[in-house]
Design a protein around this ligand. Sequence first.
Ligand SMILES: *Cc1c(COP(=O)(O)O)cnc(C)c1O
Length: 412
Amino acid sequence: MTMTPDSSLLDLARALDAADPLRAHLDAFAEAPGVTAYLDGNSLGRPLRDVPEKIAAFVRDDWGTRLIRSWDEQWMALPMELGDRIGRVALGAAPGQTVVADSTSVLIYKLMRAAASADPDRTELVIEAGNFPTDRFLAEGVAAETGMTLRWIEPDPVHGVTVADVEAVVSARTALVSLSHVDYRSGALADMPGITATVREAGALMMWDLCHSAGVVPMQLDEWGVDMAVGCTYKYLNGGPGSPAFAYLRHGLQGVLRQPIQGWWSAADIFAMGPEYVPSGDIRQLLSGTPPVTSMLAMQGMLDLIEHSTIEGVRVKSQSLTDLAVRAYDEVLAPLGVRLLSPRDAELRGGHVTIGHPDFRDVTRRLWADGIIPDFRFPDGIRLGLSPLSTSHVETITGVLAVRDALESGDF
Ligand SMILES: *Cc1c(COP(=O)(O)O)cnc(C)c1O
């Protein structure tokens, strides 16, 4: 049934790896004994090799020796400094508009809730039916809390939300439109500049969830007029399980919007310990309590690596990897009845490729046992999450061929 010999796909992958200008970075990541293909970097990025030593040095020196003095010396400013760095390296955001804090879910809540109270004449929240559950659940909660009406977009499951979908729902009643830049299921890449412009023309606020695009797809939040954005750091920014999220709020909205979890870290003067709350007028306004400093360590090396490679360079490799995965899909998986659930055009896709087959739940269990680690998504999707700096073309083909072998042999 196989139409192309495996050797020709593997030869192609080897040639692409040999020509990959970022191939040297593959060695920067820790080895995972027993894993021959890690295809889930879009859910949990791999640790860099030097993370254990960096964490040990942090415990020994910054925490163990400098003790509480480290708050003044470096940690107080870390949420803003790291935010600026993410903004510069991955978001196209000038300093002073990004902070690192909380989880994505909590930051989405803070910004959605702030947007919902921004203008009493605007009573609708626009969200997308296919968005990641936490985004939808939070919107339902904010609507219940504020009495706002939810307006749902039902986009094409493979190609995602379009400008026309958004035009059809926004109006003078819209307070906020909240969408994902890259669809967590299909990998569809939304037209961020086009949709943002449409929303702002309607006088509404635009929030982007960048969980599946930060660190893999270049963007220009400032230039494109984005109002607010939130994203994970444990996916393509390799911050480790539960590393805090980041939030972007453009300068013009700082001190204007008010977030609901107004803890002491968001106050104008943290140490005034005054009788009443006065919000900070800058981006620190989005913080609430003491930041998770230890969980901010691992992502720093990855940000250096992305900066060194440039986000545009990362995108070139990402498209090369996903193009190869689609080509291998066409050659060895389509003939077995597997469906392609991602856009074919690399320009319309983020960093992962999704394929579907009724047996994929069992196939995934089998592959994991064999050290091939893709991601299963209910009901029958496998996501091939190809984190560009840590994934080779050969690894990508190894994964696709393993899916083929499992389906062909029926041994799963
Ligand atoms: C991964 C992901 C999240 C995760 O939110 P947490 O609060 O970190 O659990 C949210 N939204 C999208 C689109 C995601 O892909």
